[in-house]
Write a protein that binds this ligand. Structure first.
Ligand code: CP
Ligand code: NVA
Length: 316
């Protein structure tokens, strides 16, 4: 099994499906002491509610310990190199869960340390979000094959990048409705296209959100201005609004599609208040599933699945 989870592409299709089976089990049996004596460092350069809480609570439910580190209160703020910080952290902790500005910093962490490194969001990807999202879709539709998704908004978004890589492994189809200049990262799109040829997925970049949502099962959006892009706020809002906002009228055009958002949402910006509150919205199921899928990920990375199963069989 792999040491690090930096990109959704670090796991193969089969591994993802196996991880979802383990997630089913963890939903049924959430508590164990399988992580007893295991210490996780959560290192966050950006704010977080769901990711931080779901990792902290999930690790505690499995008997592990968590310590939190941020940039402002650590020596990183006074110029200590990231390399020296990581080489110190690995002397104390078994794994690091890191939310960073640059994907390159995650790669550096993985390269120079023996501890497991988990991407808790970077500029490029949010692979833990994609795990929870695809698992949630599987729960709702009982299948993944030929599920059609429309992502409306920022095509260069980190959440979309991981989702795109995940769905094209699994034979799902995705329409991306985004303005010119906001398409997915070129390397990620190429990789997704290669995967799509094998799995039978379709990827379409469509400028018109109304066309993009036609006959899909899921309408997905994320913020127009991600963390770290604050300086571009005015430019971005001008590009995206009002055309790319998910309104009830747009959702209606998709027929009976469900609505997804990784949260936090800027209500009234990329999505209307009423859409989040609509019966078709499954945003809090997504948020809940972060907890369960990440616990499965940790057990896989630390090679503790068998131990968990053994402990659970004793509980049964
Ligand atoms: N979806 C997500 O990662 O949320 P947080 O920023 O609250 O962690
Ligand atoms: N694209 C958003 C996701 C937040 C969970 C951001 O990076 O800010």
């Amino acid at each position: 099994m792999l040491k690090d989870f930096l990109s959704i592409n670090d796991i193969k299709r089969e591994e993802m499906l196996e991880l979802f089976k383990l997630t089913d089990k963890l939903k049924k049996y959430p508590n164990s002491d399988v992580l007893k004596n295991k210490i996780f460092c959560l290192y966050f350069e950006k704010p977080s509610t769901r990711t931080r809480l779901s990792f902290e609570i999930g690790i505690k439910q499995l008997g592990g310990e968590v310590v939190f580190l941020d940039k402002i209160t650590s020596q990183l703020s006074r110029g200590e190199p990231l390399e020296d910080t990581i080489r110190t952290v690995e002397r104390y902790a078994h794994a690091i869960v890191a939310r960073v500005f640059s994907q390159k910093d995650l790669e550096l962490m993985a390269k120079i340390s023996k501890m497991n490194v988990i991407n808790a969001l970077s500029d490029l990807e949010h692979p833990c979000q994609a795990l929870a999202d695809v698992y949630t879709i599987k729960e709702k539709f009982r299948t993944l094959k030929d599920i059609r998704i429309a992502f409306v908004g920022d095509g260069s978004d980190n959440v979309l990048h991981s989702l795109l890589l995940a769905v094209t492994k699994l034979g799902m189809h995705i329409n991306i409705a985004c303005p010119k200049g906001y398409e997915p990262n070129k390397d990620i799109l190429e990789r997704a296209k290669t995967q799509a040829k094998i799995s039978g997925s379709n990827i379409s970049i469509i400028r018109d959100p109304v066309k993009a949502v036609k006959d899909v099962h899921i309408v997905y959006t994320d913020v127009f201005v991600s963390m770290g892009q604050e300086k571009e706020t005015q430019k971005r809002l001008k590009k995206f609004l009002p055309k790319y906002r998910v309104t009830q009228q747009l959702l209606d055009k998709a027929g009976s599609a469900l609505f997804m958002h990784c949260l936090p949402a800027h209500r009234g910006q990329e999505v209307d208040d009423k859409v989040i509150e609509d019966i078709r919205s499954i945003v809090f199921d997504q948020a809940e599933n972060r907890l369960h899928t990440q616990k499965a990920l940790i057990l896989k990375l630390l090679n503790l699945e068998q131990m968990y199963n053994l402990k659970i069989s004793m509980q049964e």
